[in-house]
Design a protein around this ligand. Structure first.
Ligand SMILES: NC(=O)c1ccc[n+]([C@@H]2O[C@H](COP(=O)([O-])OP(=O)(O)OC[C@H]3O[C@@H](n4cnc5c(N)ncnc54)[C@H](OP(=O)(O)O)[C@@H]3O)[C@@H](O)[C@H]2O)c1
Length: 252
């Protein structure tokens, strides 16, 4: 097993009930991190924690905090509960997100605002709230899940792309501001990853997307999780302010 130096590191993972978040939770748990998992669906969240923690000797018991992160003070609750339980925060993984497509002329500012709230304002606030705890320990990793659509654009994705592009931009600013203090901030921009969210794409479109991918397949959630673990590690100390694409080789 690779040693990423993540043992006992306190890692917050949002969207842990989703396909990618669950894989990230499992990877960090296996690497010995103290995971703090959040999602909206209580039942699913606790089932994921139980499934991870079947062998208590293998890792630390995950802390589950079910939350709708767009609710008032939800971000504060997540950070305060983590701090109260573990007295430190080492890694924040801003993974919760909403994908919704709408042709530009059928979209409106409310649609955009809702998208921006979860995909940009929540990660912005969580990063802002977690950062002072990271600065105290002179170590921190902020990793945010953007998207190929945010970097390259896509039809019917203006609101989603805007929200993810915004996240990538503020990540660079955080990186520029706090790199010298031991904090890195990076984004992971997945192409299509085989999760429930990807299954909402109509079958014919899924086939087309697979056919144009150099690898002729979609990514696996665990492939994203391996990258997240690397970025969170000491080994990635000099990677800062980047958006790393993980998409099988799509170049536009
Ligand atoms: N899958 C892909 O192909 C792909 C490609 C590019 C980027 N991404 C990005 O990767 C991230 C994870 O994607 P995924 O495929 O794993 O998505 P997913 O399976 O749909 O999971 C989304 C996660 O976000 C959580 N969430 C949604 N609304 C929330 C809210 N208001 N408050 C708190 N949590 C909320 C969900 O919680 P509940 O289910 O409990 O409500 C779930 O845990 C997202 O940011 C997405 O934009 C995914």
């Amino acid at each position: 097993m690779l040693d990423y130096g993540l043992k006992d590191k306190v890692v917050i993972i949002t969207g842990a009930t989703g396909g990618i978040g669950r894989a990230i939770a499992s990877e960090f748990y296996d690497l010995g991190a103290q995971t703090v998992l959040t999602g909206r669906n209580h039942e699913k969240l606790f089932a994921i924690c139980d499934a991870l923690h079947t062998d208590p000797k293998k890792g630390l018991e995950p802390l589950c905090i079910p939350l709708d992160l767009t609710a008032i003070e939800a971000e504060e609750t997540l950070i305060q509960e983590t701090q109260k339980n573990f007295n430190r925060i080492d890694v924040l993984i801003n993974n919760a997100g909403r994908v919704d497509s709408r042709m530009f002329l059928k979209s409106d500012p409310v649609f955009l605002q809702n998208m921006i709230h979860l995909n940009m304002i929540v990660p912005y606030n969580l990063s802002r709230l977690a950062l002072p705890h990271m600065l105290r320990n002179k170590y921190g990793r902020i990793i945010s899940m953007t998207s190929i659509a945010g970097a390259m654009g896509d039809a019917a994705m203006s609101a989603y792309a805007g929200s993810k592009g915004g996240m990538a931009a503020f990540t660079k600013a955080i990186a520029a501001e706090y790199g010298r203090r031991g904090i890195t901030a990076n984004c992971i921009a997945p192409g299509i990853i085989d999760t429930e969210a990807a299954h909402t794409i109509p079958a014919q479109r899924r086939k087309e997307l697979r056919d144009i991918n150099p690898m002729r397949r979609f990514g696996k959630p665990e492939e994203v999780a391996y990258l997240a673990a690397f970025l969170a590690s000491e080994r990635a100390a000099y990677i800062n302010g980047q958006q790393i694409h993980i998409n099988g080789g799509i170049i536009r």
